[in-house]
Design a protein around this ligand. Structure first.
Ligand code: GLN
Ligand code: ZN
Length: 780
């Protein structure tokens, strides 16, 4: 099977333009509704399948309308019921053993087993979920061990190709490629530590080959294999091991006689040098490169028989593409000597909303600078026309795009002299808080907290009642006065509850916030929010990122009134609650016309003013959440120090104006401390709460080993499930913390906010947390 001679059969030509994938949740989140109805038992499997078919049909029709070809394989078949990684795992039969009983009698994996793996069953935990490269999308982590038996266990993708064919389309099915599938997998429990799922490559390749044959039989002329692992330097496997796996994988798949033509796509960053030379000479027919995050590579052997798809339209952001520079990038791609060049998106459009024209509330001028999936598809189609008919055929759209860009550059608000002046006047001292020991002493005097202080992360359950009240207010069905009274009542209830439970540092519960980023975006200059701009986060969950388009400033205090009201209800310290600059950037679409660090500093300054207003209003503890600090870490190691430099600086800029006696907290929710531990220490927050319970306290070792010298609250309650931890469980984690860290620096808190929890488990768990703490205090 090591024959790598190219397939002699003539291959269909690749279209001149394509997108690497399209949003699958639907313009009105139809998929979310159908899925959730199905899971709740209100929609049977057939009806769910029909809803999905309708969505796929609408997508194909839409893409043709936006300029892709019906029959030239430019339409990707990228639908997923839940996640593309799970789709690939299930297709090759890599379903964990605990779900084996849910396979059909003939061994195939249907929707029931698929959803069980995604969401768990009463008896079995789901696959773990984690971030997809450096995006806000989350995938399910396949579990692969030496015992995993690979077989073609689902023909779902094949059926989708046939379904399209029957409707008169030749689509290009999209599958996560074998290298990425294995590189993202974790070893099964049976495999144990040290097992490398990539070692199963040779076993999974025949199943991929079988899949390719079936796709071709169903009418696919091209298939797209997504291999983003080949751009990453942040995976357990090294770039050179990944490139070696790709060499092997595409030698084998390329040699398969009965297959569609293969496009290997490498979104999210530049291919590693080795992977680029491997793919350039691999027996596949086309390669898609990310030319937004990566540069045009150097010439390489083997390109003369390939199409290069230049990912020149940004699939990660919402700005209208600069077609003139896109055209230039395609022109320089043409100098590499490939058989052909096509225009494409840098990544799947699953990371952007559907349609700018679906946003009646957006300022039309701002809207003219934007492109969501539908507009990006049209831009690709325009470039494709240029590639076929020559640049002259597209002069007008090129000029229009340039004009929009120029308009954006000069529009009021994009650059605000006042904001820029403030930033210029900053000095390094503005990011320094002063001596830690002096802070500890001043805060002890100001707050008088017991040892092992207890607190929560900020939000309390967002009940249906809260959601309904907010929806009524947004829809104009209740007055602002009534809504605010409702919120005050809610805050009063949450404060009384915390006093009753016996917590030491209280929170107001964040009932006024729809989302920890959007809430701030709505109150800051320089941001816009959308009505239908939903983007899949995972499964049926979607978020609506704000659009940060201009210089950021704070026209008025944002949280002060709520925090002050909450503080007025209690003698205990009330924590002011803010979202940090990095997280605000990470969960918004950010401007692409200046370095991220500059934008972060502007957000930081706005927060700095908010902190100063909170202090003036008598708030003595202020938490600035940075759950996305790890998430935004660049895939390339070389880019990481620069990122950590500006992200830490912006946090310090936000918080360093606080008085010595003001206690600054931060919250991070991931337990992979590894690469960011020094950065977290450099944030210089007086207290850091961090997720720990989910990994049974492992992170405590890392903190202790790193010499972290600030106070830290390792989570003692995993809030991701409704399970109530027993007093013993909490005690165990607490003892581990107290054993390994100086007791005076240990805080007691849950892993994260309680927004998604219900009240019964919240109250029971917090009581256990307080009880365990009392016992622990008595013991020290
Ligand atoms: N303060 C926020 C909350 O409690 C933090 C959320 C988060 O870390 N994602 O909801
Ligand atoms: Zn959190």
């Amino acid at each position: 099977m090591t024959d790598t001679t190219p397939n002699p059969e003539p291959r269909p030509t690749f279209p001149r333009g394509t997108i690497l994938g399209y949003p699958r949740i639907g313009r009105r989140r139809e998929l979310k509704r159908a899925l959730e109805a199905h899971w709740s038992g209100a929609l049977d499997t057939d009806s769910l399948e029909r809803a999905a078919t309708a969505l796929r049909r609408a997508t194909r029709a839409r893409l043709v309308e936006r300029g892709l070809g019906r029959l030239d394989s430019s339409i990707p078949e990228s639908f997923s019921f839940y996640d593309q990684v799970l789709d690939a795992a299930v297709t090759v039969g890599a379903l964990p053993e605990r779900f084996a009983g849910l396979r059909a009698a003939d061994g195939t994996i249907g929707l029931e087993a698929y959803f069980a793996a995604a969401r768990g069953t009463g008896a079995h935990a789901p696959l773990e979920m984690t971030k997809w490269f450096d995006t806000n999308y989350h995938y399910l982590v396949p579990e692969i061990g030496p015992e995993t038996r690979f077989d073609l266990a689902s023909d779902r993708l094949v059926r989708q190709v046939a379904e399209a064919r029957a409707d008169g389309y030749t689509v290009r099915p999209v599958v996560v490629g074998p290298v990425t599938l294995l590189a993202l997998a974790k070893p099964t429990d049976a495999a144990g530590e040290g097992f490398d799922p990539l070692s199963r490559l040779d076993d999974v390749l025949p199943v991929y080959a079988e899949l390719l044959a079936s796709l071709r039989a169903a009418g696919a002329e091209w298939v797209q294999l997504d291999e983003p692992a080949l751009v990453s330097e942040s995976l357990p496997a090294t770039p050179s091991a990944l490139a070696a796996a790709a060499e092997r994988a595409y030698a084998v798949l390329g040699a398969a006689v009965d297959r569609p033509a293969i496009l290997v796509a490498a979104p999210y960053a530049q291919l590693s040098e080795r992977a680029w030379s491997v793919l350039a000479s691999a027996p596949v027919e086309a390669l898609a490169l990310d030319l937004v995050r990566g540069a045009v590579p150097v010439a390489a052997a083997g390109l003369q028989s390939k199409t290069l798809v230049g990912g020149v339209i940004d699939g990660r952001n919402v700005w209208r593409g600069d077609l003139a520079s896109a055209w230039d990038a395609l022109a320089s791609l043409q100098t590499l000597g490939s058989a052909a060049v096509a225009a494409g998106t840098s990544a799947s459009l699953q990371h952007v909303p559907h349609d700018v024209d679906d946003e009646p509330d957006l300022d039309p001028r701002l809207a003219s600078w934007l492109a969501f999936a539908d507009q990006k598809t049209a831009q690709v189609a325009t470039l494709a026309t240029g590639l076929t008919e020559g640049r002259r055929a597209i002069e007008q759209p090129l000029a229009d795009a340039s004009a929009a860009l120029a308009d954006r550059r000069s529009a009021p608000g994009v650059r605000d002299g006042l904001v820029r002046g403030r930033i210029e006047r900053l000095t390094p001292a503005d990011a320094e808080r002063g001596d830690y020991d002096a802070r500890v002493a001043a805060q002890e005097a100001a707050l008088g907290l017991p040892i092992l202080p207890t607190t929560t992360i900020g939000s309390f359950p967002q009940t249906d009642e809260i959601r309904r009240a907010r929806a009524r207010h947004v829809a104009g069905q209740s007055s602002t006065e009534d809504y605010e009274q409702f919120l005050r009542d809610e805050i009063a209830r949450v404060v009384a509850l915390q006093e009753d439970i016996g917590l030491d540092v209280l929170v107001h519960g964040e009932p006024e916030r729809n989302d920890m980023v959007q809430y701030f975006a709505e109150h800051l200059e320089g941001f816009a929010v959308t009505r239908h701009g939903w983007v899949q986060s995972y499964g049926s969950r979607a978020t609506r990122p704000s659009i940060l388009w201009g210089d950021v400033s704070r026209p008025a205090p944002i949280t002060v009134e709520w925090s002050t009201f909450a503080q007025s209800l209690t003698e205990k310290p009330m924590k002011g609650m803010l979202t940090g600059p990095v997280t605000i950037l990470a969960w918004s679409y950010v401007r692409d016309d200046q370095p991220l660090g500059e934008t972060a500093d502007q957000v930081a300054l706005a927060l700095r003013f908010e902190i100063s207003d909170l202090e003036r209003a008598g708030i003595r503890v202020i938490q600035v959440d940075e759950p996305a600090l790890r998430e935004l870490l660049p895939l390339k190691r070389g880019d990481q120090p620069g990122y950590l430099e500006w992200s830490v600086r912006s946090f310090r800029l936000a918080t360093a104006g606080a008085a010595t006696a003001t206690q600054v907290h931060t919250h991070l929710c991931y337990s992979e401390f590894d690469v960011v531990i020094d950065a977290i220490a450099a944030l210089d927050a007086d207290v850091t709460s961090i997720e720990a319970a989910r990994s049974r306290g492992e992170v405590i070792d890392d903190i202790a080993a790193s010499g972290f010298a600030l106070a830290v609250g390792p989570g003692v309650w995993d809030i991701h499930s409704p399970r109530v931890p027993s007093v013993e469980e909490v005690t165990e984690l607490l003892e581990r913390a107290v054993d390994e860290l100086p007791v005076r620096r240990v805080w007691v808190n849950p892993d994260c906010g309680l927004k998604t929890r219900g009240y019964p488990e919240t109250v029971a768990s917090l009581r256990h947390l307080v009880e365990a703490t009392r016992t622990a205090r008595a013991a020290v």
